[in-house]
Design a protein around this ligand. Structure first.
Ligand code: HEM
Length: 219
């Protein structure tokens, strides 16, 4: 076995902070929605607003990091190994088959992860941010009922925001399950904590060939 560095420090900080903020926004958001009772409505609104601003700041840093390091290329969808992964997740995973490819610092995401994460980044998160900001500022300043933005009412915005929240919950549940499907039950989790993942030496040369091929296709 050999240890390979997969996730850099900012990436891990961003991942865990984003996870914590989204979970907190989910809890406070669904209290605002009326589904759960935990902090009380007023506190839930106040906490939700603070966490939302923190998430926006984190997103700004994450965008900067992805652009300046070129890491955004990792998310570009590809058809390479797509069939193999669909087959793996439908049947192989339940028979203990090996992953079709191995993770590498140059290629961390499998083709299905690329599609799902890109969808989150270009669709779900922007929907949450835009609808959340419209929700926050649709009457701004709040006193005198001044209508800051000319958007009839909150119905559509609230619906978009809540649908996005459900999409994030579905992603979260699938994500927790998939975390446990690495080479061992905890290997993915440990990698996102320490940055390092244990990889077996026998698959090393194969992995390097795959990574080189994937990098060539990215370029
Ligand atoms: C930058 C991101 C976000 C912003 C700016 C934002 C902002 C807001 C605002 C202003 C409200 C209304 C609060 C009120 O009634 O006064 C709200 C409600 C809500 N938020 Fe967020 N939010 C964000 C992210 C999230 C995330 C990530 C989730 C879920 C994981 C979430 C779930 C909800 C839910 C479920 C509601 C209640 C919707 C309803 O019943 O109408 N929000 N959000």
């Amino acid at each position: 076995m050999r240890r390979e560095y997969i996730y850099r420090s900012f990436e891990r900080f961003w991942h865990w902070t984003q996870a914590a903020l989204i979970m907190f926004l989910g809890v406070t958001g669904f209290e605002i929605h009326g589904s759960i009772h935990f902090f009380g409505f007023r506190q839930a609104v106040a906490y939700h607003n603070v966490a939302a601003v923190a998430l926006l700041i984190l997103i700004a840093f994450a965008v900067f990091w992805h652009v300046t390091t070129g890491e955004w290329r990792q998310y570009l969808p590809t058809k390479q190994n797509l069939r193999a992964y669909v087959k793996y997740y439908i049947t192989g995973i339940f028979r203990g088959a090996p992953h079709p490819t191995k993770k590498h610092v140059l290629s961390k995401l499998n083709p299905l992860q690329k599609i799902v994460y890109t969808g989150l980044k270009v669709l779900v998160i922007p929907v949450m941010v835009v609808s959340g900001l419209l929700y926050m500022f649709y009457r701004f300043p709040q006193q005198y009922e001044v209508v800051g933005l000319n958007i009839g009412g909150l119905k559509t915005i609230a619906l978009m925001h809540t649908l996005g929240a459900f999409a994030l919950i579905c992603f979260f549940i699938a994500h927790i399950y998939l975390i446990t499907t690495g080479s061992t039950v905890t290997s993915n989790l440990k990698a996102m904590i320490s940055g390092y993942e244990d990889v077996s030496d026998e698959s090393e040369s194969k992995r390097h060939t795959e990574a080189a091929q994937q990098q060539t296709s990215i370029n």
